[in-house]
Design a protein around this ligand. Structure first.
Ligand SMILES: Nc1ncnc2c1ncn2[C@@H]1O[C@H](COP(=O)(O)OP(=O)(O)OP(=O)(O)O)[C@@H](O)[C@H]1O
Ligand SMILES: [Mg+2]
Length: 292
């Protein structure tokens, strides 16, 4: 059987070439925290990421088309019909990706919080004084970053995004990203989950701007259980918290190599990913592809 050509291998996903117009996006069970990939896989994590991407692609279809073609292995080429890929592989349309990460922030945390503390700005734009960590922003803000091929992405202003992709694409990318964030966060709020921020990756397919990559997954977003949220306190994440807590407790300095993950940490993290999916979508993960 012919094997698919590997186009790209990231921290978490592999991209394979299906044909000139299609790719296969395969989410592994690898987990990274503090930008370091751990040695132990988290069972079912890749399938959770794919299930969420598919669910959101459908939920957000009134906002923008996505690159998604199918998650059903019957639609895959023969070489992609591997049992170990069922539920984790997505057939997508190949896009000309914008060289931007389209981040939307509804709450101030992470790198934006760091910047605000040192200069009172977020991606270069001044914010009101006196915000606390994890506080909700007056309204969601499009805060793009560059897509670094090496090292960390760099937060940029909207004007810098215009310089990179032009005003027309920047406008469209901003409006798709903000509208998708608004609709998604209203939905998540009904289920007691705050979407603090999220990162979309957009690309052009046949002259049309579409949402590509993964959509509103725990790896591309910060999900906070609403019941634990207090402005001024660093929030607990719905998903990677067991890994963060267990590894920080060892005194690890967060540079590679990562410490090993205990059985218990792996199981707790797996359960959190599944819980994030079920709580946000209202679906049972048992019904997702690849569960026998
Ligand atoms: N429909 C698509 N067409 C073309 N490229 C895509 C499409 N969807 C996503 N991509 C690109 O495929 C890659 C997905 O890889 P992945 O997210 O695993 O790695 P990465 O973003 O390069 O690195 P990492 O996420 O590990 O920092 C990204 O570069 C993303 O921009
Ligand atoms: Mg990526």
């Amino acid at each position: 059987m012919n094997e698919l050509e590997l186009l790209h291998s990231g921290k978490v996903r592999e991209m394979y070439v299906v044909d000139e117009r299609h790719l296969l996006m395969v989410a592994s069970d690898r987990i990274s925290a503090f930008d370091v990939v751990f040695n132990e896989p988290i069972p079912d994590k890749g399938r959770v990421l794919s299930a969420m991407t598919v669910w959101w692609a459908d939920y957000l279809k009134s906002i923008a088309p996505t690159h998604l073609v199918s998650s059903n292995p019957v639609d895959f080429p023969e070489a992609a019909k591997r049992p170990d890929w069922a539920g984790r592989a997505l057939l997508v349309r190949r896009a000309e990706m914008l060289p931007l990460e389209c981040i939307v922030r509804g709450y101030i945390t992470g790198s934006a919080w760091k910047e605000y503390q040192s200069s009172g700005t977020m991606h270069g734009t001044p914010l009101p004084e006196g915000l606390a960590e994890a506080q909700q922003l007056p309204e969601p803000v499009f805060t793009p970053s560059t897509k670094a091929t090496e090292g960390h992405d760099i937060n940029i202003s909207y004007d810098e995004a215009i310089e990179i992709v032009g005003v027309e694409l920047a406008e469209k990318a901003r409006s798709i990203s903000i509208n998708a964030y608004r609709l998604a966060s209203e939905h998540a709020a009904k289920n007691g989950v705050i979407i603090a921020d999220t990162k979309f990756e957009l690309g052009v397919v046949d002259g049309e701007l579409v949402i590509a990559d993964e959509l509103l997954t725990p790896d591309s977003s910060r999900f906070w259980p609403a019941e634990n949220w207090t402005p001024g306190v660093t929030p607990v994440s719905l998903d990677k918290q067991p890994v963060r807590d267990a590894t920080e407790a060892t005194g690890w300095d967060k540079s590679p190599p990562p410490p090993p993950l205990a059985e218990e940490t792996i199981r707790a993290t797996r359960d959190r990913y599944v819980e994030a999916y079920e709580r946000i979508t209202g679906e049972s993960f048992d019904n997702w592809i690849g569960n026998s």
